[in-house]
Structure formats: C-alpha cells, structure tokens
Design a protein around this ligand. Structure first.
Ligand code: AMP
Length: 610
C-alpha cells in the first residue's frame, strides 16, 4: 500500500482491508518528490513518521518501507541525480483533470509505484478511490506488467462526519477552512441528487449544478475563498476527455479546488448511493409525497440444480450477487385534485424510461412493478387515500437477460410503496420479512425474495425454488469487479431447463469458484450464445460464466476499465446488446430517499400526520 504518510483513518481502513485478505501487509511512507510540481507544496506536505509507524503497528502492518529518493538507501539507488531516474509513462488515463493541473504528477506516481511493485512484488495493491484518476493510472500500470503486476483493490473514500474526504492535507486547514472544504462533498451530493431524483443525464448540466453548489453562498462563509480547478462528470468506463452527450447508466463526478492555498480533491459516483449524505428529494408540483428506490441487477456466481420438483419447478442451490447496474424507481402519491382521478380507489400509473426501456414493456398488471405496488396496496387496504400512485421506472438493466431486473424492480416497488403508505397513509409500516407480501411477491418471481432479504448485503444463497434466502456478507472473493456482456440472443428459461440432464450427484457449493449448471444446456440450445462466448474468450483473459438461465455472460476482471485505454474506444462486440464493467453493490433492493409535504395532504390525513 503506497502512501505519503501523515496517516489518517482513510489510510488505516486500507490497511485493515489488506490485513483481512493477505498474509503480509507492507506499507510505504514516502513523500515522493517526483509527483510534486511545486516545491512549496512538497515542503509543506505534513510529515509525522513516528506517529505513522505507531498507527500502522496498531492495525497489523508487517513492514514499513521508507527511504530517500536517490543514492544508497534510496528508492532509486542507481541514480545520483533526479535526471538519472528512468521515468515511467502513465498511459492515457493520466490525460486531463489532474494530469492538466499537475503537470508531471502522474509520471511521478507511475515511476515510484512501479519501483515499489518491482521491489515488493505484491500480490495485491490497495488504493483509495479518493484519488480516482490515480487508481486508473495504477491499474493501467499493473495491467501493463501483466502476470508480474498485482491485483489492484480500490477502497471507498473515508470521510469525516461533515462529509469532507479525509486527507493528509486537511491538517493544513484552519477551522474555517475545514468548514469551507465541506462544500466539495456537498456539491458532489447535489450532483447525486440531480442524477437520481431528477434523472439528469447530461454531463454538462450535472457539472453546472455541482459548480453552482460549490460557488454558491454558504452560511457564514465567503464563497470566493474557494478556488475551483475543475468540476468534471465522466463515464467511469469511458475515460475520455471528450464529454459524451448523455451518460447512460454510470457516472463519476470529480472536483478539485483550493481552500486556504491547500489543494483538495474529491469525487463521487453519481449512480451508486453515497451513504453519508442523506439524499434531499424535492417534490414535484402535483405530488404530496414521494419515495425513491434502487433496484440492482444480480448475477449468479454459483448455480446448481438439485432436482426437478413435482410442481414443474426445480430445486436449486445458488448464490446471487447484486452488481452496480441499477434501475431507479420513483413512487409518488398524487392527490385526487391533481391526478384527475375522482373515484375512491387509488390508480397506479406506470411510466418506464431509461436506456434499457423497451417498447413492448406492459404498463399495467402485466408488469411485475405494477403488481408489486398493487400487492402493497392490497395488503394495507384503505391506507392510501384516493388519488393516484405514480411509478416512474428508469431502466438500466437489460430485460430477459438473466440479470433479475424485473424481480429486483418488483422488490423495490414493494418496499417503496409500503414506505409511501407509511408516509401518507395509516397502519402500513416498515416491510417485514415474514410478511405475507414477501411470500406473495415470490409468486411474481422467485428471485424477488432475494432482493428483499439481501437489502443490506446484496449477496445471498438461495434454495428451494430460489425463494428461501440466506443473506450473506462479504460478497465473493473472486468477483470484486467483473465484465458483463449481454448477448443479443435471449435464452428462454423453458428451452434451457428443457435441455438439462440431471445425472450424478450435484456439486457442493463453493464460495471461491463460479459454476452454472445451466451453461451447457444454454450453449447447446443457443449456438449464437456459444459462438459469442468463444469469440469473447479469444482475448485470453479468462472464461466467461453465465448468469441464471442466460444469456448474460460475466467474468472476473482485475481492471475496471473495459476498453483499451490507449485508444479509449469501447470495442464493438458483434451480437451483444450491452457491455459493461461492474462491481458488487453490497445492497439489494432498497429505499434511498423519501419526502412528504404534510401541508399538501388533504385535511383529514394532514391532521393525522401532524
Ligand atoms: P496518500 O498518502 O495521500 O498518497 O494516500 C495513500 C493511499 O491512501 C492512496 O491510495 C489514497 O487514495 C488513499 N487514501 C487517501 N485518503 C483516503 C480516504 N479519505 N479514503 C480512502 N482512501 C484514501
């Protein structure tokens, strides 16, 4: 784990994480002059070696690496002057943003990190997502080293309670400066809000919103004291300086700004919830209350079929892992005067948009989201006052692909509707796992139960028809980030199960390997799938597994960047309708925000609400 010392809780989190998965943990502490453009910045960088070593000792670090740059005992003993050091070119991910503002910075990072890799030959290297672009540069470096390069593990950003990303540089801020620094994470959260609550996908609009939030006046603080270097919204998989016209399903927002002469950076994935900042949700004109929910896709790292049952279904033993390919739901209640509906029964209006929305999607009881919402209403009769239930579903998960999108959407719709009822109605409370609704939901799709049961882990083992779920923690060791391909060919579940021959004893579940009993029958029944799978494996980076009954294919992938960084193009894959690179979410279907305006509720509920 490379560091520049002045260690804080963010660094120690990385060490703890490394401690869990490795026999030996080695940390380097070195304020690397190669990556500093300005002497004053290098001189002012905080240093406290003794205290760092004590902290590292407490968290179980085995060895600390330190030294000078040049000469004996140095990182580059072969060099007597700086110019003798052979510089490592950082690759295309160093272009733009930090690369523009800190000329030579990534050359310095790549050069020292490469030397650290050469000397320690680590199995894994741990980096913080805080330095987002740096993680790309180091991943690129590791992949260029091929088998000699370590696996790169990226750890999430540790923040102060105020939301400020922890950084050694924070020590140089005054109390007032620290307050100002919190503007960075708040502005990024504002981008998150726009992305999730308003469905904004235009990177320019998102950047403008974040910039405005950074520049805007804040309580008692002069905004001009903060100088912005850049605000950028990018597709994390398509790291090109040119902005795409619209972002489909993923986005990362990055900012750099100076406060009291201290340069701070921060970033946030807009599509993945940022736990630390509660999402502020604004009501639209016609709404009295609204709830936002997320519905992640799943893959099946393990899928064994045990036996055919009398009811025609199969007994299975499988695991489900939620990944950050996410559908978004907004469920809101519209009072009768705005909805134009005057009968006493709440009506459900469903609207489906998003990159994976298809024209043939039903917008009534034929849609599992509609049925799940109805189920919540039926289970709590009379709780929702007259008016309309509006459900907007923003689809990013391709349908009929073995990714569980429909089931996840239904599970999210159920949670969201129940939550809405608890806001505006009476009697309906939180979703109870033992509730009859959960069982009824299993009738909508066997996978629904998983998305509800695994709401806090995003990982679980399912037996029976798939409806008996045990939530598991920690995800699978061999799927930290994965490539996903959704072939154009759709595999009918019936056709795949039809070709299944259950002979011999079933395989015993293994948490460390991937297996899918349905792969062979799917490949036999769908030659297009088999051809595509062979074609994809020609790059020599590993075999492709299938999710569910297909046709989605996935494999473990050490680098998060799908495309060739040197050329920054997404490869065209003939016969595929979606390509992506994903990570486990750590959550299942869940509500992420709610809002209710008591003054807009009809008098009788308003009183009760008050
Ligand atoms: P530095 O000492 O700033 O070079 O950081 C050493 C490593 O710790 C880098 O991989 C950083 O990304 C990581 N790191 C620094 N701050 C944080 C933070 N707040 N949360 C998570 N990782 C961090």
């Amino acid at each position: 784990m490379p560091t520049m010392g002045a260690l804080h809780a963010g660094h120690l989190g990385l060490v703890r994480r490394a401690r869990l998965a490795n026999d030996y943990v080695v940390v380097s502490i070195f304020v690397n002059p190669l990556q500093f453009g300005q002497q004053a910045d290098l001189d002012g960088y905080p240093r406290d070696f003794q205290s760092d070593v004590e902290l590292l000792d407490q968290v179980g670090c085995d060895m600390v690496f330190t030294g000078t740059l040049l000469g004996e005992g140095g990182f580059f003993p072969e060099a007597t002057v700086r110019e003798d050091i052979r510089e490592v070119a950082p690759g295309a991910s160093a272009l733009g943003l930090e690369g523009d503002f800190r000329i030579g910075h990534f050359e310095g990072v790549a050069t020292i990190v490469r030397r650290l890799f050469e000397v320690t030959s680590p199995t894994r290297a741990y980096l913080g997502e805080k330095d987002y672009q740096q993680t790309l540069v180091v991943r690129d470096l590791a992949s260029r080293l091929g088998a000699a390069g370590p696996e790169i593990i990226i750890c999430e950003i540790a923040r102060e309670e105020s939301g400020v990303a922890r950084s050694s540089r924070n020590a140089r801020l005054s109390g007032d400066g620290f307050l100002q620094a919190s503007a960075l994470s708040r502005a990024l959260s504002e981008g998150c809000r726009l992305w999730r609550a308003e469905g904004e996908r235009d990177p320019a609009a998102l950047e403008t919103c974040i910039k405005a939030a950074l520049e805007g006046p804040r309580d008692g603080i002069e905004s001009s004291a903060l100088q912005i270097d850049y605000v950028a919204v990018r597709d994390p998989d398509l790291w090109t300086p040119e902005r795409p016209a619209a972002l489909a399903s993923k986005a990362v927002a990055l900012v750099a700004a100076e406060v009291e002469g201290v340069r701070l950076i921060d970033n946030m994935r807009l599509d993945v919830a940022c736990e630390q900042q509660p999402l502020k949700l604004a009501l639209r004109d016609s709404e009295c209350a609204a709830v936002l929910a997320q519905a992640p896709a799943k893959i099946n790292p393990w899928l064994e079929v045990l036996a055919k049952r009398e009811d025609g279904f199969h007994e299975v033993d499988l695991t489900m892992l939620c990944i950050d390919l996410i559908d978004h739901l907004r469920v809101s209640w519209i009072a009768p005067e705005s909805s134009g509906i005057d009968n006493a029964t709440p009506q459900i209006q469903l609207r489906v948009t998003g990159p994976a929305a298809t024209l043939d999607v039903p917008l009534d009881a034929g849609n599992s989201v509609w049925r799940a919402a109805q189920l919540a209403l039926d289970a709590h009769p009379g709780t929702l006052p007259a008016g309309g239930l509006s459900i907007e579903l923003y689809k990013c998960i391709p349908s009929r692909a073995g990714l569980g999108g429909g089931s996840s959407d239904a599970a999210a719709a159920l949670c969201a509707t129940v939550r809405l009822l608890s806001l505006v109605g009476n009697g309906a409370g939180e979703l109870d796992g033992a509730d009859a609704q959960v069982h009824a939901l299993a009738e909508i799709g066997s996978d629904c139960a998983f998305f509800l049961a695994a709401t806090e882990t995003g990982f679980g083992r399912c037996t029976g028809r798939g409806e008996r779920v045990e939530a598991l923690r920690g995800g699978t060791a061999n799927l930290r980030s994965l490539q996903l391909v959704v072939p154009s060919v759709e595999c009918g579940t019936g056709a795949v199960y039809g070709g299944l021959q259950l002979q011999g004893s079933p395989r015993t579940y293994s948490a460390s390997s991937n297996f899918n009993r349905l792969l062979e029958p799917a490949l036999t029944a769908f030659p297009e799938l088999s051809n595509l799978r062979e074609e994809l494996a020609k790059d020599g980076q590993g075999e492709w597994e299938m999710s569910g009954s297909g046709s989605s294919l996935y494999r473990e992938f050490a680098a998060p960047i799908w495309f060739d960084l040197e050329h920054a193009v997404v490869p065209k894959v003939e016969g595929a309708r979606y390509l992506g690179c994903h990570r486990p979410t750590g959550f299942g279907a869940r509500v992420i925000a709610e809002v209710c305006a008591p003054d807009r509720l009809p008098a009788e509920i308003g009183e009760e609400f008050a």
